[in-house]
Design a protein around this ligand. Structure first.
Ligand SMILES: NC(=O)c1ccc[n+]([C@@H]2O[C@H](COP(=O)([O-])OP(=O)(O)OC[C@H]3O[C@@H](n4cnc5c(N)ncnc54)[C@H](O)[C@@H]3O)[C@@H](O)[C@H]2O)c1
Length: 248
């Protein structure tokens, strides 16, 4: 077992917000377990990050109960504990009016964004109970705070993440485990670039308070703070990191 004083586990660590958050944990002295279903990108991330600190990539589809159990056992056997966790793995699903969303799309989005997050969350909590505490951040979205036309399944899954976060926070507030959510606004990641054409981004930014896309590192900074003892009295919150979008 590697000797690590602080250990973080990040799902969705091969790309975008998860990758930036994993890097921020590394830069703050954590050993980091990088989890993603994309094995090629995950191994490349591990290789790229190795010079910055202790990390290991574990391939896992978070919607697969058995795979999550195996991954979590390997993570604990590698580093002995999990002090901080960021549940960032998520998928979108294209824009479709609510009545036209297929059952297949609905189930796929829910299985990763909500069920998959919960599968990870419950094992992180069990590990933290056994070691005496920890902090967890779940990735919701601006679409978890308000409806977005065409994104019924995604928005429902991200609203669900906030309900799950609040409930889990109450369940474990007296066990030294803090559980919060971040709600990123429009963030310039591969997911954003895949889903939103540049001309639509331009249009969206016209009425946006801050007038630019956020960077993945700006979400990572919020996650790091929520996991830090500096946030020791913060639990059960859904923190919008969105350049003011949800304020209007
Ligand atoms: N980019 C945005 O504007 C934005 C806004 C709000 C919320 N979010 C949320 O932030 C999180 C990260 O998004 P991103 O923009 O960085 O996307 P991304 O597509 O760049 O990265 C997502 C990562 O999650 C991994 N992943 C997907 N399904 C998985 C599964 N079943 N098991 C394991 N790994 C899986 C992917 O392989 C990928 O590496 C997501 O939960 C997303 O919903 C993003």
């Amino acid at each position: 077992m590697a000797d690590a004083s602080k250990v973080a586990l990040v799902t969705g660590a091969s790309s975008g917000i998860g990758r930036a958050t994993a890097r921020a944990f590394l830069d703050h002295g954590y050993a980091v377990v990088l989890v993603d279903r994309d094995e090629t990108a995950g191994l490349a991330t591990e290789q790229a990050f190795r010079a910055a600190g202790e990390c290991i990539f574990l391939p896992c589809d978070v919607s697969d109960e058995q795979a999550v159990e195996t991954m979590m056992a390997r993570a604990v056997s590698a580093y002995g504990r999990i002090d901080a966790a960021f549940n960032g793995a998520g998928i979108d699903g294209g824009f479709t009016p609510t009545a036209d969303c297929t059952v297949e799309t609905w189930d796929r989005i829910m299985s990763v964004n909500l069920r998959g997050l919960w599968l990870c969350l419950r094992l992180e909590i069990r590990q933290m109970l056994s070691q005496g505490g920890g902090a967890i951040v779940n990735c919701s979205s601006g679409a978890g705070l308000a409806g977005v036309p065409g994104l019924s399944a995604y928005s429902a899954s991200k609203h669900g993440v906030i309900g799950l976060t609040r409930t889990a926070a109450l369940d474990y507030a007296r066990h030294n485990i803090r559980i919060n959510a971040v709600c990123p606004g429009m963030i310039d990641t591969p997911m954003w670039q895949r889903s939103i054409p540049p001309e639509v981004t331009e249009q969206l930014l016209i009425n946006d308070p801050i007038g630019r896309l956020g960077q993945a590192s700006e979400i990572a900074a919020a996650v790091l703070w929520l996991c830090d003892p500096a946030a020791s009295f913060v639990t059960g919150q859904a923190l919008a990191v969105d350049g003011g979008k949800s304020a209007g």
